[in-house]
Design a protein around this ligand. Structure first.
Ligand code: ARG
Length: 279
């Protein structure tokens, strides 16, 4: 056996480092494990797969005892597989915990203006098959009461999810991850170096990212809530790749129009159920 030339060692080391995802800053990406119970409103949407099991597919937030709010682009995958459910009160998706509750999804209510091509209207309500019981691990994320005026660029926000922790990984994360990001102004986000109006970041969307491209939401985080100044501000919607500093995450902004629609839909539906129950 010949001894490797010392230079070969360093070449190997260089190769190993460059292949490690963390080196590219693509590790939610760059986040940390969320503290247990710090996000009791976080819900995992799971779809029944060809492997005969439910798999985490999207995130969403519990907004009442039987409604969750998520992204409209999650709907086709749920519809295609017919069976989908939500898991509440989870931290690790694989570990059994008393607090973990599984509830079927029985209805999708679309805002109705989702356009996949241009990304607008990425918001949908899912009705749960039964009312959930609130406890330390399962709580509602309150919708902002007043009109959400735009959030200022530079505002610090956080996102949590079970999405991919690296752009190259195929799998989602087993434990809930959380990351802190900053609001980027729309003008910058639409500029040539960034999205260059493809898609156009409109008034009902918000760009949030990390200027160094180390942290981001990613596939599997879609539908999850964006929290800024302790308020529910938006929904994980889109991003070209993940953790690309010039292609930050684009989130659906919870505008007055969306909030009015959510409140009205939930009210009307509650009335319908009562009416159905009467006859
Ligand atoms: N569309 C993705 C999903 O379905 C989430 C995209 C977020 N991407 C980003 N770079 N922030 O899970």
């Amino acid at each position: 056996m010949t001894k490797p030339h010392p230079f070969e060692h360093s070449l190997f080391l260089l190769l190993a480092i460059s292949l490690t995802p963390a080196y590219h800053g693509v590790e939610i990406i760059g986040g940390r494990k969320a503290k247990a119970r710090s996000n009791p409103y976080m819900v995992s949407i799971q779809i029944f797969t060809d492997n005969n099991m439910y798999e985490h597919s999207f995130g969403c937030a519990l907004i009442s005892k039987n409604w969750v709010l998520t992204a409209a682009h999650c709907k086709p995958a749920m519809q295609a597989k017919r069976k989908s459910q939500v898991v509440l009160g989870a931290h690790s998706l694989s570990q059994d915990k008393k607090s973990k509750k599984t509830v079927p999804i029985i209805k999708w209510i679309d805002y109705g203006k989702f356009n996949k091509k241009i990304g607008v209207g990425d918001i949908i309500l899912l009705k749960l098959g039964r009312n959930v019981k609130f406890n330390k691990d399962v709580k509602v994320l309150k919708l902002p009461k007043t009109k959400v005026t735009d959030v200022k660029p530079g505002t610090s926000c956080s996102v949590a999810g079970w999405g991919k922790t690296s752009t190259c990984s195929k799998n989602h994360s087993d434990t809930l991850q959380e990351v802190k990001l900053k609001v980027i102004d729309r003008k910058t986000c639409n500029s040539k170096d960034y999205y260059n109006h493809d898609p156009e970041v409109t008034q009902d969307m918000i760009c949030v990212g990390d200027s160094e491209g180390r942290e981001d939401s990613c596939q599997g985080d879609s539908g999850g809530p964006l929290i800024c100044n302790k308020k529910y501000i938006g929904i994980v919607s889109y991003g070209k790749g993940c953790a690309n500093p010039k292609k930050p995450g684009i989130y659906t902004l919870l505008t007055k129009e969306y909030l009015d629609w959510i409140n009205k839909t939930i009210k009307t539906q509650a009335y319908n159920v009562t009416a159905e129950a009467l006859y």
